[in-house]
Write a protein that binds this ligand. Structure first.
Ligand code: DAT
Ligand code: MG
Length: 151
């Protein structure tokens, strides 16, 4: 099943929004197959955000994401990447719709609360970067047949 990597960023953790944010993905029907509290070091942050190297906001992005603990989750589900991006909202919270995480809790692009993978390929890569081969749990929920037509 398709996988996506979610990071509950330092601002969201500091603001006490871990439970609120996890609840939104759970309610959506996505299945948590990996979850941990950690503080990213600069090397891991640079690997995760390698695509943005050289951009004007790159260094401040690394400062922000490494500044305090984050919660990292691997989620599974039908169209998990697209579904999670919808729940998260547009990159700039000012453009994010009400009802999305960024639209409900954020104002600035540099404090946008959550990361979600942007493609199926990057979802696989990012989950591997944070959880490795053995860091995920394969499990089924009793409710899966009420969320997935073909579990
Ligand atoms: P997203 O996190 O929605 O996938 P992205 O991958 O384009 O967005 O950028 C990664 C992060 O970098 C984003 O969450 C916030 C920051 N960022 C992106 N564009 C920015 C900009 N124009 N100015 C400042 N920060 C930016
Ligand atoms: Mg991105």
């Amino acid at each position: 099943m398709e996988r996506t990597l979610i990071i509950i960023k330092p601002d969201a953790v500091q603001r006490g929004l871990i439970g609120e944010i996890v609840a939104r993905f759970e309610r959506r029907g996505l299945r948590i197959v990996g979850m941990k509290l950690m503080q990213m070091d600069r090397d891991l942050a640079a690997r995760h955000y390698a695509v943005h190297k050289g951009k004007s906001f790159y260094e401040s992005l690394l400062d922000y994401i490494t500044s305090a603990p984050v919660v990292v989750m691997a989620l599974e589900g039908t169209d998990a990447v697209k579904a999670a991006r919808g729940t998260i909202g547009a990159t700039n919270p000012a453009d994010a719709g009400a009802g999305s995480i960024r639209g409900d809790f954020g104002l600035e692009v540099g404090r946008n609360l959550v990361h979600g993978s942007d493609s199926v390929e990057n979802g696989e890569k990012e989950v591997a970067l944070f959880f490795g081969e053995s860091g995920l749990l394969a499990w089924g929920r009793d409710v899966d047949r009420w969320i997935f037509e073909k579990p």
